[in-house]
Design a protein around this ligand. Structure first.
Ligand SMILES: CCCCCCCCCCCCC/C=C/[C@@H](O)[C@H](COP(=O)(O)O)NC(=O)CCCCC
Ligand SMILES: Nc1ncnc2c1ncn2[C@@H]1O[C@H](COP(=O)(O)OP(=O)(O)O)[C@@H](O)[C@H]1O
Ligand SMILES: [Ca+2]
Length: 555
C-alpha cells in the first residue's frame, strides 16, 4: 500500500449520513470516519478506506433536480432523503475493488457536502489527477470474435465491457469479425494505428493470436525489419493489447491476470496496466510460419487440437472429449529435439518462485536479453551452432511442449510449466518420453494438483532461448542409419513394444498446437523474442497476507 504523499485536497464530507475526513494526494484517495469515541469497536464496519488514484475509474457529479439528484449519465438516484437534508451536493467515485481469485470489480462511493464550490473542486481535482496519468488509453480499437468459445463474445462486450469503457471516457472503434483472419488482415493492411492507444480482442487464444500476427507484422514493416527473417531482431510493438476472455481455454488471459473474467480484464485496460510478453517465432526451413506466446505442443496437445477442431459444435467441452480420446490413443512420436539452453539468467523451470506482478526475474533477464541482442547484432554468429552450445536429444515422445508462460488456465490453474515467466526471454521445453498410460496419467493429473509434474523419470524440462524439432521421418539418411543401429540394439534387450504393433497403424507425425492453431509443418525452428509485445495487464498479483504498517489508514 502506498503512502499518501503531499495532500492536494482535504475536506469533511459525508458518506451515507456519516461524517468523514476525506483527503486526496497524487497517489491516494482516503476517507476516514470521524468518530466521537477513540475506543476501538470490533463490530463497526471499517472506518478508513483508501484507493490508489491509479485505480480510480472515474468520478461522476450527481446533479440536483426537484429534490432528487440526477447522475450525469442520466439515471436517477434519490440522495437527498437518504443523506440528510442539509447535504445538497454530491459526487460519486468509481474505483477498483479486489475480490476473490484475482477478480476485480467496479465499486463506488458517493460523497455529499453542503457547499457546491467544494464539491466542484473535488470533482475537478480528481479528474485532473486521472487526466495526468498518461498510461491510460483514450481510444481503443476493439475486435470481437462472435464465433469463439460459447459464442458469447458480442454479448460479453456489449453488456459487461462497453459500459465500463464509457464510464471511463474511453472512445472505441469496434469491429465484429466476419471470418477467420479478418482481424489479422485488418491490422496488417487497413487499420489506422496512429489513432489508437491500444488494441482489444474479445475471444480466446486464437483471436489473440490473430491480433499479434497483424500487429507484429505491421510493426516490422513500419520499422523496416524483414518479418520473415529467422535471424533478425524483431522490433517491439508499441501498442498494448487487451484481452477480454470469451474463448474456450483463455490461457493467455488467465496466465497474465490470474483469472478469465471479462470485467477484471476491462478494468486492467482502463487503469492502463502494462505487462511485457515474450513471443516465439516459428520457422520451417527458413520460412516463417507463426508466432506463439503460450503453448507450442507436439504429440498429445497437437493431437487434442486436431481432433477437437472437428468438434467445434461442442464448444469448450470439445477439449475434454478429445483430451480423453487422445489419452486413450496413447500415440508416441519419434524425432530429434535440439535446443540452446538459456545461460546467465536467473531461474529454472523447477523453481518454487512464480512469475508475479513486478517480477524481478523478468526484469533482470529482460535487461540481460536486451544487452545480448545489441551484442548479437554486432556478432551475428553468437547464436549459431558453431558456438557449440546446442544440445541434442533423440527419442520417442508422447509430448514435446514449449511453454513460454505458465499456461495456467481453468483446466490447470498452475499450468503446464508453473515456474515459467511471462517476460524473461525464455521458453520451458518439456519432453515427455514414451511411457505407460498409467505414468502419463500421473503426469497429467499433477497439472491439477500440488505435486510436481516434472518429478518423474520420463520427463525432462529445460529453459531455452531457441529450439528445433525434426520428426524422425524427415531426418537425413545418416541420422536414420544411426537410428536403425540403435533400434536393433534396443530390440535385443528391451521387450517388444505392445503399444504399436508392426501393422504400421501408428501415425509417424503429429502436428504442432501453436497457441491453439494447427501448424501444417512438423520440422520447426523456434526462437524466443524477449518482451516483443505488451498487454494491458500487470501479471498475477500476490494475494495479500496481512495488512502492513505502510497502510495509510493505520497512520
Ligand atoms: C486427466 C486430467 C487431465 C488434466 C490435464 C490438464 C492439462 C491442461 C493444460 C492445458 C494447457 C493449455 C495451454 C493452452 C492452450 C490454448 O492456447 C489452446 C487454444 O485455446 P482457445 O483458443 O481459447 O481455444 N487450447 C488448447 O490447446 C486446449 C488444450 C486442452 C487439453 C486438454
Ligand atoms: N467471424 C469469425 N468466423 C469464424 N472464425 C473466426 C471469426 N473470427 C475469428 N475466427 C477464428 O476463430 C478461431 C477460434 O477463435 P477463439 O477466439 O480463439 O475461440 P476458441 O477459444 O473457442 O478457440 C480462431 O482461429 C479465429 O481465427
Ligand atoms: Ca517466457
Amino acid at each position: 500500500m502506498e503512502r499518501p504523499g503531499r495532500l492536494l485536497l482535504q475536506s469533511e464530507l459525508r458518506v451515507r449520513n456519516a461524517a468523514y475526513d476525506v483527503s486526496l494526494s497524487r497517489s491516494l484517495l482516503i476517507w476516514k470516519r470521524r468518530t466521537s469515541s477513540p475506543v476501538y469497536h470490533p463490530f463497526r464496519p471499517s472506518v478508513c478506506h483508501s484507493v490508489p488514484v491509479s485505480e480510480i475509474i472515474s468520478v461522476r457529479e450527481e446533479e440536483e433536480e426537484n429534490g432528487s439528484r440526477q447522475r450525469d449519465d442520466g439515471s436517477w438516484k434519490k440522495i437527498r432523503e437518504r443523506e440528510g437534508k442539509d447535504c445538497r451536493q454530491a459526487f460519486t467515485v468509481l474505483y477498483v475493488e479486489r475480490c476473490r481469485q484475482h477478480r476485480w470489480r467496479c465499486a463506488e462511493v458517493t460523497f455529499t457536502c453542503s457547499d457546491e464550490a467544494v464539491c466542484q473542486h473535488w470533482v475537478s481535482s480528481i479528474r485532473e489527477q486521472l487526466a495526468s496519468n498518461t498510461s491510460r488509453p483514450k481510444h481503443l480499437l476493439v475486435y470481437i470474435n462472435p464465433y469463439g468459445g460459447k459464442r458469447q463474445g458480442k454479448r460479453i462486450y456489449e453488456q459487461k465491457v462497453a459500459p465500463l469503457f464509457t464510464q471511463a471516457g474511453i472512445a472505441t472503434s469496434v469491429i465484429v469479425t466476419e471470418y477467420a483472419n479478418h482481424a489479422r488482415d485488418h491490422l496488417k493492411m487497413e487499420a489506422e494505428l496512429k489513432k489508437f492507444d491500444g488494441v482489444v480482442c474479445v475471444g480466446g487464444d486464437g483471436m489473440f493470436s490473430e491480433i499479434i500476427h497483424g500487429l507484429i507484422w505491421r510493426t516490422q514493416i513500419d520499422c523496416g525489419v524483414d518479418p520473415n527473417s529467422t535471424e533478425e531482431a524483431l522490433s517491439p510493438c508499441s501498442l498494448r493489447i487487451g484481452i477480454i476472455p470469451a474463448g474456450s481455454t483463455d490461457c493467455i488471459c488467465f496466465a497474465s491476470v490470474g483469472t478469465n473474467d471479462p470485467v477484471t480484464s476491462a478494468l486492467h485496460i482502463i487503469v492502463g496496466d502494462s505487462q511485457p510478453l515474450d513471443v516465439c517465432s516459428v520457422h520451417h526451413n527458413n520460412m516463417f510460419l507463426r508466432y506463439s506466446v503460450s503453448l507450442l505442443g507436439y504429440g498429445f496437445y497437437g493431437d487434442v487440437l486436431s481432433d477437437s477442431e472437428r468438434k467445434r459444435w461442442m464448444g469448450p467441452a470439445r477439449y475434454d472429449f478429445s483430451g480423453l480420446k487422445m489419452f486413450l490413443t496413447h500415440h508416441y512420436y519419434e524425432g530429434t529435439v535440439s535446443y540452446l539452453p538459456a545461460k546467465g539468467i536467473i531461474g529454472t523451470p523447477r523453481d518454487a518462485t512464480r512469475c508475479r506482478s513486478g517480477c524481478v526475474i523478468c526484469q533482470h533477464n529482460g535487461q540481460l536479453n536486451s544487452e545480448r541482442s545489441e551484442k548479437y547484432e554486432m556478432d551475428e554468429a553468437s547464436d549459431s551452432e558453431s558456438s557449440g552450445e546446442w544440445r541434442t536429444i533423440r527419442g520417442k515422445f508422447l509430448a514435446i511442449n514449449a511453454a513460454s508462460m505458465s499456461c495456467a488456465c481453468p483446466r490447470s490453474p498452475k499450468g503446464l510449466s508453473p515456474a515459467a515467466h511471462l517476460a524473461d526471454g525464455t521458453t520451458d521445453l518439456i519432453l515427455v518420453r514414451k511411457c505407460s498410460r498409467f505414468n502419463f496419467l500421473r503426469h497429467l493429473l499433477r497439472h491439477t494438483s500440488k505435486d510436481d509434474q516434472f518429478d518423474l523419470t520420463f520427463i525432462e524440462v529445460h529453459r531455452v532461448r531457441r529450439f528445433r524439432f525434426m520428426p524422425r521421418h524427415c531426418q537425413s539418411d545418416s541420422d536414420l542409419e544411426l537410428d536403425l543401429h540403435e533400434n536393433s540394439k534396443r530390440q535385443i534387450f528391451s521387450q517388444i513394444c505392445k503399444d504399436h504393433p508392426a501393422c504400421g497403424c501408428a501415425p509417424a507425425y503429429s502436428s504442432w498446437n501453436c497457441d491453439g492453431e494447427i501448424l501444417t509443418h512438423t520440422a520447426i525452428d523456434v526462437r524466443v523474442h524477449g518482451q516483443l509485445i505488451k498487454l494491458f495487464a500487470r501479471g498475477i498479483e500476490e494475494l495479500p497476507v496481512f495488512e502492513d504498517l505502510s497502510n495509510p489508514c493505520a497512520i
